[in-house]
Every structure is written in structure tokens, then in C-alpha cells.
Design a binder for this molecule. Structure first.
Ligand code: HEM
Length: 325
């Protein structure tokens, strides 16, 4: 994604933290977020107008190149057209998905890579685990169709999966927000709480993540925390336990299967391809964390120097996402 679009999405994300505020309220981040929302919606309306023109053989605005439009956008155009959704509304629909797709995946990958390289010995352990699923191919024997074995990364790399979950535990504070449509009563362990229709309830899942009775030594990053070994059989498994990085219930994240595959594939390829170290002479210094609606944003970037390990990988993520689970 272009850095400009990424920065507009970040500005837009502040809207979620401002809550239900009137649009005229002169709070700068809020006004910036509203402006960012308009820009993103307009850009998406423009995109869907051009797809419509392209699909119907009409002249295309700005003579835009349409060869690289993804199949997902084309299929969504088809559905919008089938249900007569006006083009001016398509951008509004698509903004939610654009945000959901980009708000958490990229920052999670940032933190995960940072933890992997800054924890002594971890990158070597992970390399030996993922090696067989991310074939290292040199320039000479690259075939152009080398692929990442996503099922292998997901089911046969317990340390990678555990590091993925431990990163979530440390850097994510997801909250499920629900609108109450009918009177209901919830027992909080001490008393019954009566919830009125027309109000909202917010469930911050992050509370348990720093609770030492649930996660021992919660302030330390423990790569193997989620790996469980069966005492009788010795079988290894990775269990989310009380962690709820995707929210819960009917509104749980709809992109979680895709997101997990994206993150595991990108991180596995990165660690096979790159040796990374901090430019800072004092070693790794992790940035502060700025709360969002789920994965926290780093307070600043980290300057690193990277060297190619010499084992290039050709990645065909799309093909594997289609055929593996
Ligand atoms: C690491 C990446 C991601 C994280 C941590 C994440 C997390 C979340 C969370 C916490 C929610 C709210 C769940 C709740 O209300 O209980 C959510 C909702 C949602 N996410 Fe994700 N998400 C990620 C990636 C994605 C991707 C890639 C997509 C789409 C391709 C996506 C699509 C959605 C959608 C559509 C919803 C709204 C679901 C609903 O209201 O029914 N997410 N996500």
C-alpha cells in the first residue's frame, strides 16, 4: 500500500476513538479523521466508477490502466450492480472493508517482526521450524511459481503460531462493541446489571491479557507461551486459551482466517530472507504503544539495517490461500 494511503487510513482510524461526537466539534484529530474519511470514500467511489466503465465497455476516467484490478473488487462490483447499489454509495460500503483489511494486519506484522529479531536466538529457532514450508531458492533455481505452504506454517510450526499469539497478547487491545436492542440482564460475578435498549456495551478483551492469574509474568514476552505439550502423548499443540484477538460472538472478525495466513506467510518469508539488526548502537529499543481499536500503533519507527540472507523466496500467496485451510 502507498505510504500516503496508509497515512490517510491512520488519520481516519482516529474517528473510531472519538466515539459519537457531532461532526462540527472543533477537535483537530476528529476533523482530520472526517476529512480522511471523505477522501477515502471519494477514492473508492472513483475506483468503482472506473470498474463499472471498464466492465461496460465505456470510456474510463483519466484513461486509467485497469489491468491490475483485483478479482475481489471485480466480483464486488458485480454484486453491487446486481443489487442496484448506486455507485455513489459503493465507496461508503467499501470503506469499512478497506479499514478492516488494513488497520491491524500491517501493525501486527511490524510488532511481530520486531519481537522476532529483538528476542535473542528466536529468529534462528523460527528459521529451523519454517524452513521446509518456505523453500529457500537462489536466484538460479527460482521457478517463478515457488509457493509458501500456508497449511504447513499454520499447523506444523507451533513456535511461529505461539509467537503470533504472544505478539497479539502484548500489542493488541481489541474491544467488541454491541448495540442493545432489547432489555437484558448480565451477571458480572457480583450483581446483575440491567442493560437498556438503545444503549451500547463495550467489552474490552485486553483486560485479561495482562492478568497474572491468567497469563503468568504478563509483562514479559515469552515466545513459547502458547505451546502446550500433552503430558501423556507428548503431542504439541497451540491454544488461544483466554486470548480473544479477533473479538467474539456474531461480530467476530470476518477476515481472521485470511489475516492469519497473510501474517504467517509474510513473517516466515521475511525471516528466511533477511538478517535484520538495529542501527542504534545500544541495541533494540522498542517503541511505545498508542492504543487503537485493536492492534496498537507504534509511537515511532525503528531504524534497522537489513542484509539479504542469500536465499531468495518466490511467493505465491494467492494460490495457496485459495487451496489450503
Ligand atoms: C491481524 C489482523 C486483524 C485483526 C487483529 C482484526 C481484529 C478484528 C476485531 C477485534 C474485530 C471486532 C470484533 C468484534 O466486534 O467482536 C474485527 C472485525 C472485523 N474484521 Fe478484522 N481483524 C484483522 C484483519 C481483518 C481483515 C484482513 C479483514 C478483511 C479481509 C477483516 C475484516 C473484518 C470485518 C468485516 C469485521 C466486522 C465484523 C462484523 O461486525 O460482523 N479483518 N476485526
Amino acid at each position: 500500500m502507498s505510504p500516503i494511503v496508509a497515512s490517510i487510513i491512520r488519520q481516519f482510524a482516529d474517528l473510531a476513538l472519538c466515539g459519537d461526537v457531532c461532526s462540527w466539534v472543533p477537535i483537530k484529530p476528529y476533523q482530520n479523521a472526517l476529512a480522511a474519511r471523505r477522501r477515502l470514500q471519494d477514492a473508492l467511489v472513483g475506483l468503482y466508477r472506473r470498474i463499472d466503465q471498464h466492465q461496460n465497455g465505456k470510456p474510463i476516467d483519466y484513461d486509467a490502466e485497469m489491468d491490475d484490478i483485483g478479482q475481489v473488487a471485480i466480483e464486488r462490483h458485480r454484486l453491487f450492480a446486481q443489487y442496484n447499489v448506486p455507485i455513489s454509495d459503493r465507496g461508503k460500503f467499501e470503506l469499512g472493508t478497506l479499514w478492516a483489511q488494513n488497520a491491524n494486519t500491517q501493525p501486527l506484522i511490524f510488532w511481530l517482526i520486531l519481537f522476532v529479531y529483538s528476542t535473542p536466538g528466536l529468529v534462528e529457532e523460527l528459521r529451523s521450524e519454517v524452513r521446509q514450508f518456505v523453500p529457500p531458492v537462489t536466484e538460479l533455481n527460482r521457478t517463478g511459481s515457488d509457493s509458501v505452504d500456508l497449511a504447513g506454517l499454520k499447523h506444523k510450526c507451533p513456535l511461529l503460531k505461539s509467537v503470533f499469539l504472544e505478539t497479539f497478547r502484548v500489542v493488541s487491545q481489541p474491544t467488541s462493541m454491541r448495540y442493545i436492542t432489547q432489555p437484558m440482564s448480565v451477571f458480572d460475578g457480583h450483581r446483575h446489571r440491567h442493560l437498556q435498549p438503545g444503549t451500547w456495551i463495550s467489552v474490552p478483551h485486553g483486560g485479561t491479557q495482562q492478568d497474572p492469574s491468567i497469563f503468568a509474568n504478563p509483562t514479559s514476552f515469552q515466545p513459547g507461551r502458547f505451546v502446550k505439550s500433552d503430558e501423556k502423548t507428548g503431542n504439541i499443540s497451540v491454544d488461544y486459551g483466554r486470548l480473544k484477538p479477533w473479538g467474539a460472538g456474531a461480530g467476530i472478525c470476518k477476515g481472521r482466517v485470511l489475516a492469519e495466513k497473510q501474517v504467517l506467510a509474510i513473517v516466515a518469508c521475511c525471516i528466511m530472507m533477511w538478517d535484520i539488526e538495529p542501527v542504534n548502537q545500544d541495541g533494540w529499543k522498542l517503541p511505545g504503544m498508542i492504543p487503537t481499536t485493536a492492534v496498537m500503533r507504534p509511537s515511532h519507527g525503528v531504524r534497522t539495517a537489513g542484509e539479504n540472507t542469500g536465499s531468495r523466496v518466490g511467493v505465491n500467496i494467492e494460490g495457496n490461500i485459495k487451496c489450503s485451510n
